[in-house]
Design a protein around this ligand. Structure first.
Ligand code: GLU
Length: 507
């Protein structure tokens, strides 16, 4: 048999911001496609109009873009199977629902939601749970219980009929999943899911998903574990539609867990512990907002590297990987069955590694808007120089301002503790001498100035630590930062003198 072309899809429903678990699913699909020279498709599954959220689709597309997950085919780029938005494929699905009814794999049901609620309550009153299944389907208002002419009549007159799958009784559904291995479910435990609804002339998720995966020639379905309970029905649908031979290979990925490992990672965990669970900042139509990794100061490369290892590992100790390396090493077989605990500190660690290795000018580009927001306009060149000096201490792009603001604005106050500790004895006098040394330089060159200042301190017999910390205090306002001589070289002679004068005057 010919090897099938790898075609995978990411098929989110636009119901809100894309959770990082969803981004991981997209990433694994993308890596798998790249590795096999296949196609990565973005399909928007928007047939549930009640859960549709405006803006969610754009959010998904922008998130994938930020992560560097490029779409080969699908919404926003088009392709041979367009349209890729299910609401625009409306007319495709009815015929498959009808085909299933004609073949005896499905039936029409005419119950109103009030009737179903009433039956449910009756069951509950007797301490039983109601399932629409083989035991009940012929006792309710369905095409299996009503005479043919009445069914015809109802199909014309009532606008709330649905098509339900006729899940067979006591049938062993044998499935295979790359992550889970062989799974067997007895069909009697399953209910008759709705496949199509006349009320909005739309299929439900199950039918649309199977029909589209078939029509779009999807070879592998890689998705979250929450869809595992749907797999038996999906297997049955492939069989019922006569598509078993070409059905995709499945892989259900384990959940992303809370940092304490107890349950699925939620927005609430992020809010409580102070980290985002979404790639980008999100504003819901009702105005509610949620923070994002991008705005919190993460580099996309670090973000996806961190995500890639939540559920998969390359089998060695390698942690830092480019997307190309991940593509080379990725394998679904090496994805674990159990959930992966999300570790916000580890996420920061990844980002810090990427910041250290990143190009200073590229980092500066991300830093400039932060400077503007703080009211200072800085040149790219200067920002890059400053970042070169402070980036080893940063975990997030948003740390830069706190680490470097003194390069752009002179201190307006001085750290009390540092003043008490260092600005005493002969140190202020030593600062006057350092002021003269600086004043005698034409321009400040770090190494030259260092030689002169250190020479003087040694000669004076004063403590190096006390004088240098007083110097730092005068220039920075507190006792932090990289080499003083690197700092004053960037500040320049005029600004350095002005800060020294200010400190000598006010302290
Ligand atoms: N629309 C489903 C979701 O929102 C897709 C599940 C699947 O990949 O089959 O996740």
């Amino acid at each position: 048999m010919l090897e099938r072309k790898v075609r995978v899809r990411f098929a989110p429903s636009p119901t809100g911001a894309l959770h990082i678990g969803g981004v991981r699913t997209a990433l694994y699909n993308y890596l798998f496609a790249r590795q096999h020279g296949g196609d990565f498709i973005l399909r928007i599954e928007d047939t549930d109009s009640q859960r549709f959220v405006a803006g969610a689709e754009d959010y998904i597309i922008n998130s994938l873009k930020w992560c560097g997950i490029n779409i080969d085919e699908g919404v926003s780029v088009g392709g041979p199977h367009a349209p890729y938005r299910q609401s625009e494929r409306k007319e495709i699905y009815l015929k498959y629902a009808q085909e299933l009814v004609a073949k005896g794999w499905a039936y029409y049901a005419f119950d109103t939601s009030e009737e179903l609620t009433a039956i449910r309550s009756e069951y509950e009153a007797e301490g039983k749970t109601f399932a629409y299944n083989y035991e009940i389907r012929t006792k309710l208002k369905t095409s299996l219980s009503l005479p043919a002419n009445e069914v015809e009549e109802l199909l014309k007159s009532c606008n709330h009929w649905v098509v339900r799958f006729k899940m067979p009784e006591n049938h062993e559904i044998k499935m295979n999943d790359i992550v889970r291995g062989n799974v067997v479910v007895n069909s009697s435990t399953l209910d008759d899911k709705v496949l199509y609804k006349a009320a909005d002339l739309l299929p439900t998720y199950h039918l649309a998903n199977i029909v589209d995966d078939h029509l779009m020639e999807i070879s592998h379905v890689i998705r979250g574990e929450e869809w595992l309970p749907s797999l038996p029905l999906h297997y049955m649908l492939y069989e019922a539609l006569g598509w078993s031979d070409s059905q995709p290979i499945f892989a259900h990925l384990p959940l992303l867990l809370k940092p304490d490992g107890k349950g699925k990672l939620s927005k609430r965990d992020g809010d409580k512990l102070g980290f985002p669970v979404f790639p980008l900042f999100w504003t819901a139509p009702d105005g509610e907002t949620a923070r994002g990794y991008k705005e919190d100061g993460y580099l996309p490369e670090a973000f996806i590297n961190m995500l890639s290892l939540l559920g998969w590992n390359p089998g060695n100790d390698q942690e830092i990987m480019t997307i190309e390396q991940m593509t080379e090493l990725f394998s679904i077989e090496k994805c674990g069955k159990s959930g992966s605990r999300f570790d916000p500190e580890k996420a920061k660690w990844f980002n810090a590694q990427y910041i250290k290795a990143a190009d200073n000018t590229q980092l500066a580009e991300l830093f400039l808007p932060i400077c503007s927001a703080n009211g200072v306009e800085v040149s790219l060149d200067l920002a890059a120089k400053v970042i070169g000096l402070v980036k080893d201490r940063a975990s997030l792009i948003t740390d830069f301002w706190g680490l470097a603001s003194y390069f752009f604005t002179a201190p307006t106050s001085y750290d009390d503790k540092a003043v008490a500790k260092f600005w005493k004895n002969d140190n202020p006098n030593a600062i006057k001498v350092i002021r003269d040394i600086v004043n005698n330089c034409d321009t400040i060159v770090a190494a030259d100035c260092e030689a002169l200042v250190h020479g003087y301190i040694k000669e004076s017999g004063l403590g190096m630590g006390g004088v240098m910390n007083s110097f730092r205090l005068a220039i920075v306002g507190e006792s932090k930062g990289p080499s003083m001589f690197d700092i004053i070289e960037i500040l320049g002679k005029k600004e350095t003198l002005s800060r020294l004068d200010m400190a000598l005057k006010t302290l």
